[in-house]
Design a protein around this ligand. Structure first.
Ligand code: GDP
Ligand code: IMO
Ligand code: MG
Length: 425
């Protein structure tokens, strides 16, 4: 029996992780976010009602499922409180089921200022970050000067830490970026109020997760972003500032590698990317426009149009390898319903997988063309009901990557799925 399942993105994010996490929580006791922050946007559609989650785990819409934010997540308290409040206004009970790690780094206002100032200074070379302060907050963690949730809860400790770290960042803001410094009292007072709001939800998350394991309960680990945005394995420097690959599920929560029983890799049946950076299979023609239109490819966090392209099997295979993917979930298959021909990238024209953005820019993509099915797969729930051409596409994905397709998503709603093998069972 599988007890701990990791669900993560194998592309550049927005693969449909939130939808699948929500679906699989039916069989889990708790859901854990372990990296990233409110740069994520995870969309859940249940009976036509849409909810977009940024920091709160995608288990919150299931009564009785506990939701944990682990030590690996960077937390912006204002954004978290806003999300909690919005959910509670719509009738979801959040505060009694949400648990926050005291070891999680806090995204402070100066991180957001710095993120935005740096992007502006980069001009055309900008990464296209979400502007949420993610990178600067992770930098402070690694530099060992970061404020953590536990520090936020202690007014005197917070005052001492903030005095030092704000002086450091204000120096850069004023003297390097020629911008306005942040006011200590404003930042401190806001942080104290936020601390009071979240205080009762802060616990030893690692300890709680191990209690679940001791009780033989099932955990679902919810990844954010995608494998090609990983700080080590992605298209550096056009990446996010955390490890988005499966190792983070351990380090970002306090589970051991041996506690992970299954890794579900989510991949769209095509590819999208939001923000700057290399994208070998990107389309600039009417096929790309059709994918964007049918897939409604606009960012769930920033509203930016997503760049679209064919499925990149070379990158997917690499993601299967670095994550140790047990099974794949192919999402948005229905978006391909109208295509006469579907292409998948099968070679970069070189043996070595590129290690940085400048190497990705040199690849020579080669494609395999497959006949489209040109009929509706929307809402299909039985694998046997898929058109032969769709089955053939899934087989090509399995053969190329070496990972079995265990799930297929055929529409945005919670009930629109084919479950070939349930990862939680
Ligand atoms: P995440 O960040 O990985 O959780 O994905 P997002 O929520 O940012 O983006 C996925 C988008 O695709 C959302 O708008 C979902 O409602 C939608 N979606 C998910 N699965 C499917 C599917 O199988 N078919 C279609 N048409 N839309 C889907
Ligand atoms: P989910 O969880 C897609 C991208 C940004 C930018 C880069 C760095 O919804 O899949 P950051 O703000 O993290 O420093 O930005 O990473 N990015 C995402 N793209 N989906 C996401 O999350 C993303 N989170 C960050 O667009 O290119
Ligand atoms: Mg998203």
């Amino acid at each position: 029996m599988k007890k701990t399942v990791v669900v993560l993105g194998t592309q550049w994010g927005d693969e449909g992780k939130g939808k699948i996490v929500d679906l699989l929580t039916e069989d889990s006791h708790a859901v854990v976010r372990y990296q990233g922050g409110h740069n994520a946007g995870h969309t859940l559609i249940i009976n036509d009602e849409k909810t977009v989650l940024h920091l709160i785990p995608s288990g919150i819409l299931r009564d009785g499922v506990k939701c944990y934010i682990g030590n690996g997540v960077v937390i912006e308290p204002k954004a978290l409180i806003k999300e909690i409040t919005q959910l509670e206004v719509s009738g979801v009970d959040v505060q009694s089921r949400l648990y926050i790690s005291q070891s999680a780094p806090v995204i402070m206002p100066y991180h957001i200022t710095l993120d935005q100032l740096r992007e502006k200074a980069k001009g055309k070379d900008a990464i296209g970050t979400t502007g949420r302060g993610i990178g600067p907050a992770y930098e402070d963690k690694v530099a060992r000067r970061g404020i953590r949730i536990g520090d936020l809860l202690d007014p005197e400790l917070l005052k001492a830490q903030l005095t030092k770290v704000l002086a450091y960042h204000n120096f850069v803001i004023e003297n390097y970026h020629n911008s306005e410094p942040l006011d200590f009292n404003e930042v401190y007072q806001a942080a104290l109020e936020q601390a009071d709001f979240i205080r009762d939800m802060c616990v030893d998350v690692t300890g709680e997760l191990h209690k679940h394991l001791e009780n033989d309960e099932k955990l679902l680990m919810e990844g954010a972003q995608g494998s090609l945005l990983d700080i080590d394995h992605g298209t550096y420097p056009f990446v996010t500032s955390s490890n988005t690959t499966s190792g983070s599920a351990s380090t970002g929560s306090g589970l051991g590698a041996t506690h992970i029983d299954y890794v579900l890799g989510i991949t769209k049946a095509y590819t999208t990317r939001v923000g700057g950076g290399p994208f070998p299979t990107e389309l600039f023609d009417e096929d790309g426009a059709e994918l964007a239109k049918r897939g409604v490819e606009f960012g769930a966090t920033t509203g930016r149009a997503r760049r679209c392209g064919w499925l990149d099997l070379v990158a997917l295979k690499r993601a299967v390898q670095v994550n140790g993917v047990t099974g794949l979930c192919v999402t948005k298959l229905d978006v391909l319903d109208t295509f006469e021909t579907i292409k998948v990238c099968t070679s970069y024209g070189q043996d070595a997988f590129p290690s940085a953005a400048c190497d990705f820019d040199k690849v020579q993509t080669e494609y395999q063309s497959l006949p489209g099915w040109q009929s509706s797969t929307r809402g299909i729930t039985e694998a046997g009901d898929l058109p032969a051409e769709a089955k053939a596409l899934l087989k090509v994905i399995e053969d190329f990557t070496g990972a079995p397709v265990h799930m297929v998503s055929t529409g945005p709603d919670r009930c629109e799925n084919i479950i070939i093998e349930n990862p939680m069972k």
